[in-house]
Design a protein around this ligand. Structure first.
Ligand code: ADP
Ligand code: ADP
Length: 228
């Protein structure tokens, strides 16, 4: 469950990125975040995983107030929230296995358990056969699948994807979408910021459109644009 109550964000340089947002997203929902460049999508997403703090207003994740997390407890919050980016952000010196295991090693999980869980998520993204590969040996779509595996290895309740298909061709983008849909079917809430009109208009889900840092539109089975 994600809740924002009258959230505002002004950056130190005076840019007002988010101007009074109130939303409620139930657990298990799949939500597209759309809007033109500079609309405030990234600011919205960054506040959810506490990369940025609101200037005003409250955000709740699973009934816990984000502002109440002390700095040293942020890793616990992040464990419950996987994030996937347009540029994958894999560590180039580590294998696929190690890139995913990393998220579990930092919480001092046992070796056998790490191996079991890494292979389990590699199975979900259909990359078990590439566990020993390095990121540069993989296609863009495969790298994004590794990033998704890494994001879900801690079993987060929420998966946030910021333009996950932005660097991928149409066929590969669809592969990624089917994986995100599968993850959502397993009960994970998925929030995806996107410019991909075709995907939004074919996989009809809730659409929250942001313009000028405000919610311009919120539709249960929405489309990319108003008119489409
Ligand atoms: P989107 O993701 O929809 O493109 P952003 O949230 O990145 O929108 O940006 C919203 C507005 O906030 C833009 O005017 C952008 O220039 C500004 N902005 C984003 N990040 C920062 C920052 N760190 N400092 C100052 N202004 C920022
Ligand atoms: P299988 O049971 O099919 O042999 P494994 O679970 O042993 O598969 O491993 C699958 C892949 O992951 C193999 O390529 C294996 O070498 C690799 N792998 C397993 N553990 C590690 C590790 N700690 N570091 C890097 N790669 C590993």
């Amino acid at each position: 469950m994600i809740q924002m109550q009258d959230v505002w964000k002004t950056y130190p340089n005076g840019v007002m990125a988010i101007n009074g947002m109130t939303i409620h997203i139930d657990s298990g929902e799949f939500v597209y975040i759309v809007g033109s460049s500079g609309a405030g999508k990234s600011s919205f997403i960054k506040m959810l995983y506490r990369e940025e703090k609101p200037t005003r207003g409250e955000i709740f994740i699973d009934d816990k107030k984000l502002a109440d997390y002390k700095e040293r407890h942020i890793p616990y919050l992040r464990r419950n929230m996987g994030v996937v980016f347009q540029d994958f952000k894999l560590l180039p010196g580590l294998t696929v296995f190690e890139n995913i295991a990393f998220a579990l090693e930092v919480i001092e999980e046992k070796k056998d358990e790490i191996k079991r869980r890494v292979m389990q998520v590699l199975d979900i993204v259909r990359l078990k056969n590439k566990a020993r590969f390095y990121p540069h040996e993989l296609s863009g779509g495969e790298q994004q699948r590794v990033a998704i595996a890494r994001a879900i290895v801690n079993n987060p309740s929420v998966l946030i994807a910021d333009e996950p298909t932005g660097n991928l061709d149409p066929d590969t983008s669809w592969e990624i979408m089917h994986i995100l849909e599968e993850i959502n079917d397993r009960g994970t809430t998925v929030l995806m910021a996107t410019h991909n009109r075709e995907i939004v208009n074919s996989m009809r889900k809730r659409v929250i459109a942001i313009e000028g840092g405000r919610i311009a539109r919120d539709e249960v089975r929405g489309t990319y644009n108003n008119e489409s």
